[in-house]
Write a protein that binds this ligand. Structure first.
Ligand code: CO
Length: 212
């Protein structure tokens, strides 16, 4: 996969193959999408959402960014979440982190002066580090990275639960489960870290006072 021309050739081959397997495949997908899942993952090329869970086009609505973060000032991610909940009515949101994440690893180090914008994005992971600093600093360096990757994934699930989008949907009786998963680069396996099905675990300061 070294050239864009090769990618386009592969695309032609893939299209023909899919069409041969099921002549209705593209016709059905062209009408509408009914994904049951929203996947929020890392941009890392080694963790392609559909591939690692053996899914097909139409199965998963996807948002990816460096270190799979859900930030309240990121209208890109928040619009994806709002559309997934309010229009597509997905039943599950999966935040999938992965061991060996370069974004989390970079956040554990001093900031690189040639990455001024990226640093701002990674700053939020340093905050997650600070939240769990004592536990993390008691660990060996390799374990520290893996544990921060897990904490970071869990944090993003909690941040999702703190959004008005999710709290409002729950309040209106929409059944949505938030999942925090971590993917292993070395074995291709996913482990569940956290599952949140309702607002009961949301601390008071993150709850809304008014009707949403
Ligand atoms: Co990553």
């Amino acid at each position: 996969m070294h050239t864009p021309e090769k990618l386009l050739l592969e695309n032609k081959a893939w299209s023909q193959e899919m069409g041969a397997k099921d002549p209705e495949f593209f016709k059905k997908l062209a009408i509408e999408q009914y994904p049951k899942f929203l996947w929020i993952g890392c941009s890392d090329s080694r963790v392609p959402a559909e591939t690692v869970v053996n899914a097909h086009p139409g199965d998963i609505f996807v948002h990816r960014n460096i270190a799979n973060q859900v930030l309240n000032t990121d209208f890109n991610c928040l619009s994806v979440v709002q559309y997934a909940i309010n229009v597509l009515a997905v039943k599950h949101i999966i935040v999938c982190g992965h061991y060996g994440c370069g974004g989390v690893k970079a956040a554990l180090q001093r900031q690189q002066s040639n990455l001024l914008v990226t640093n701002k994005w990674l700053m939020h992971i340093k905050d997650v580090y600070r939240l769990h600093q004592d536990e993390l600093e008691a660990l060996e360096p390799e374990k520290r990275l893996s544990r921060l990757i897990e904490f970071n994934t869990i944090e993003q699930v909690q941040r999702l639960a703190y959004t008005s989008i999710i709290q409002s949907a729950w309040k209106n009786g929409q059944k949505i489960t938030l999942h925090g998963w971590v993917y292993g680069l070395e074995d291709g396996l996913i482990t569940e870290l956290i599952k949140v099905e309702d607002a009961s675990s949301i601390p008071t300061i993150y709850q809304y006072t008014d009707d949403l």
